[in-house]
Design a binder for this molecule. Structure first.
Ligand code: DC
Length: 225
């Protein structure tokens, strides 16, 4: 069993790179942001303010989240329903970021994440994987890139999905969210003391994936499951 932790700000390529590395190594890719997005989605569906701690805590007992993997793809079920891409909008990014600053929400999602890593060899991406969820991970990487580069990737992704967005708005919202995620009191998005900081500004997907695989092999000798 192997545990690889990938943390870093939005748009650094965590999910795309992790998915490709997982496929190469034959391990499970776990997208933990999807869990916070799912809580955010529920809060939105109740028309609650995601920063209203009491209101958000009050609805946790009505939320049941289940994570399943089918052919390398993660599916998150909210009260039995697969939300698919409905959690992938810029609005859901902001809801996820807001609810993720609430300690009770983090506690609510903790065991689900740890349990997946107990049962599978994983590459798990998020903000606190190396610091909180998998403190003993075999490899910890803090993936980052310049703000413009990250915003451009996020913009291209949203445009490819047919969403009608402006680059300036994507950049502004991304910066707002990163500030919120890295300055919150609980589990702020920071590199673990023993993480390798990897800045992939200007690198394409293949170069980034090869660099991450090389790092994993160098640190663990793991050549694939
Ligand atoms: O990785 P993402 O963009 O899907 O994450 C959405 C939000 O969830 C992000 O702004 C902060 C929060 N998050 C977190 O606090 N901890 C994680 N491990 C993953 C995501």
């Amino acid at each position: 069993m192997i545990q690889i932790a990938i943390d870093g700000p939005g748009g650094a390529g965590k999910s795309t790179i992790s998915r490709a590395v997982a496929a190469k190594l034959g391990i499970v890719y776990v997208d933990t942001g999807a869990l916070y997005r799912t809580v955010g989605y529920f809060v939105r569906s109740r028309e609650l303010d995601p920063k209203n701690r009491e209101a958000v805590i009050g609805c946790l007992s009505d939320i049941s989240i289940e994570v399943r993997y089918a052919e390398g793809t993660q599916h998150v079920f909210l009260n039995g329903e697969d939300l698919g891409d409905r959690i992938r909008t810029p609005e859901m990014s902001m809801y996820a970021s807001a609810v993720s600053a609430i300690p009770e929400v983090r506690a609510f999602l903790l065991e689900t994440q740890k349990d997946i890593a107990r049962k599978n060899s994983v590459i798990m991406d998020g903000r606190d994987i190396g610091t909180v969820i998998l403190p003993n991970a075999d490899v910890k990487i803090f993936l980052t890139a310049s703000a413009e580069c990250r915003a451009k990737r996020r913009y291209d992704e949203l445009i490819a999905k047919g969403q009608n967005v402006q680059f300036e708005d994507v950049l502004r919202e991304m910066n707002e969210r990163d500030t919120q995620d890295s300055t919150r009191e609980i589990a702020p998005a920071t590199a673990a003391a023993d993480a390798v900081v990897f800045d992939n500004t200007g690198m394409n997907l293949e170069e980034s994936v090869n660099a991450v695989v090389a790092l994993i092999r160098e640190k663990t000798g793991f050549a694939g499951a």
